[in-house]
Design a binder for this molecule. Structure first.
Ligand SMILES: [Zn+2]
Length: 479
């Protein structure tokens, strides 16, 4: 991977469309050919043969069947990194982004900032060379858009940004080159997703630059924060119990995993790599280490395939989030093993479908959880109820109950060998991280830039003492 902005030549199979110049020349040559094409003349015999030998047309049925109208095609092809560019199994791929996309790229929900606008070619496609600023702009736009589309399909509804209302339809501002620092974050105040770049730590000078926007994981993770902040605006502040913050961080990591799983070619690559055992070490659960520091992690970004229990983690929010992320990953592995039927269906297709269902279940479970101070147990109980209402097999509920019981999130009143029956809520195991911390704020020291952002570290209630004094003050408008 080049770390310069000059880029490198695209492989032939990734240059999908004729250029504007090609179209112009082609049209011109066509016009010239037409000029010289001889006219075809028919003799009287020819015409007679045609009329006598032509098959008789059947009478048209009335009324005429109406063809299905096709919508005007506003779609654009774009190139993105499938995974971050340091993972060698998966490289650059083409994606089709539906809907109207204009120069930027920009659509009604997403606009780019701080980079030169990229214009579409004559086919309305955005094809840039990897390693360039233009490629990064298109890639970042496409991944944010894919993440939003995935969440909207899972929720079965359009998902607003946190600031949107009936009178505010402002898009989110996405900066793929936000500056030089080891960070990436979502900011509600700035209505923005910001991706920074930094020199590779420990590399001999001149150290190559690591661009956080090039990591599908980081872009999906931060977009996950933006989506969750819209669904649950009361969850992002640091003054609630640590599990609420951990749900935010876990949702970011799980969004990245489910986005990868939503793509059939990635699911196929994963099946081949792991021989169908999702607990084999793979790019889905562990990621390139060099991107880790950008999210404040000392190892790779994904640590989903872990065995951490509540008694083994601290109250630090990222540490805590691994229990929830790991539990959902275990449920994914079990659901996939349950759903797989090799005699009926290709397992990569099964994996895509299982992932899609579990992501939808997670999103709806979050929607049903309390607006403030939510706990892991709240979300797990919602998921248990929803999957029963969906008419899914009891095994799905067994997987949820068993993994979150083993991880000491909930207590099961019945043995784990018995089926989960009834609608009883599972009680949460009483942990110190179920209550607001003595300091009043969560410990987010190992979280990503979003969770460490100053705007989420305060709460209006923290100003209450000062506001009391203000109300007793003099001056102002007396009323
Ligand atoms: Zn995060």
């Amino acid at each position: 991977m080049s770390d310069t902005t000059e880029g490198y030549a695209l492989p032939v199979d990734l240059v999908p469309t004729p250029t504007r110049e090609y179209n112009l020349v082609s049209a011109h040559e066509g016009a010239i050919r037409q000029t010289f094409r001889p006219a075809i003349t028919f003799s009287a015999t020819d015409i007679s043969d045609l009329t006598t030998e032509a098959p008789q047309a059947l009478p048209l049925p009335l009324p005429l069947p109406k063809p299905l109208p096709l919508p005007f095609d506003f779609s654009s092809r774009m190139l993105v990194f499938k995974q971050d560019p340091t993972v060698t199994e998966i490289g650059v791929r083409k994606v089709l982004v539906r809907g109207l996309t204009t120069t930027g790229p920009r659509n009604s929900r997403i606009q780019l900032q701080g980079v030169a606008p990229v214009a579409p070619n004559s086919m309305n496609d955005f094809i840039q060379s990897p390693g360039t600023e233009g490629f990064d702009a298109v890639h970042t736009f496409a991944v944010v858009q894919q993440t939003l589309v995935m969440a909207q399909r899972a929720a079965g509804a359009t998902i607003k940004w946190q600031w949107n209302s009936t009178t505010n339809t402002d898009p989110i501002n996405v900066s793929p080159r936000a500056g030089i620092t080891m960070n990436a974050f979502y900011s509600r105040n700035e209505k923005a997703l910001k991706f920074f770049q930094f020199a590779k730590p420990g590399a001999p000078a001149p150290a190559p630059m690591i661009f956080t926007c090039r990591s599908l994981d980081i872009v999906a993770h931060e977009t996950g924060h933006a989506i969750l902040d819209s669904l649950k605006p009361g969850w992002i502040g640091a003054s609630s119990n640590p599990q609420t913050g951990a749900l935010h961080e876990a949702f970011g990591d799980l969004t990245a995993i489910f986005l990868a799983l939503s793509q059939l070619d990635q699911a196929e690559a994963l099946i081949v790599l792991t021989k169908g055992n999702l607990h084999n070490k793979n790019f889905l659960s562990s990621m390139a280490e060099e991107f880790g520091p950008a999210l404040g992690r000392d190892n790779g970004l994904r640590n989903a395939d872990n065995d951490k229990k509540m008694s083994e983690v601290s109250s630090e929010v990222h540490d805590l989030s691994q229990v929830f992320t790991g539990g959902i990953y275990d449920v994914l592995a079990d659901m996939f093993a349950h759903d797989r039927n090799l005699s009926k269906e290709d397992e990569a297709l099964t994996l895509v479908q299982t992932g899609r269902y579990l992501y939808s279940l997670l999103l709806r479970g979050i929607q049903g959880a309390p607006a403030a101070n939510a706990t892991f147990a709240n979300v797990v109980n919602q998921m248990l109820t929803i999957t029963a209402a969906d008419g899914k097999p009891v095994e799905y509920r067994n997987f949820l109950r068993n993994h979150f019981t083993v991880r000491q999130v909930v207590v099961s009143p019945t043995p784990l060998t018995q089926d989960f029956k009834g609608k009883a809520e599972l009680m949460a195991v009483n942990h110190p991280h179920l209550t607001v911390q003595a300091s009043g704020l969560q410990d987010r020291s190992r979280c990503c830039g979003t969770m460490r952002l100053r705007e989420y570290q305060t709460d209006e209630s923290m100003f209450e003492e000062e506001l009391k004094m203000l109300r007793k003050g003099i001056g102002g408008t007396s009323k």
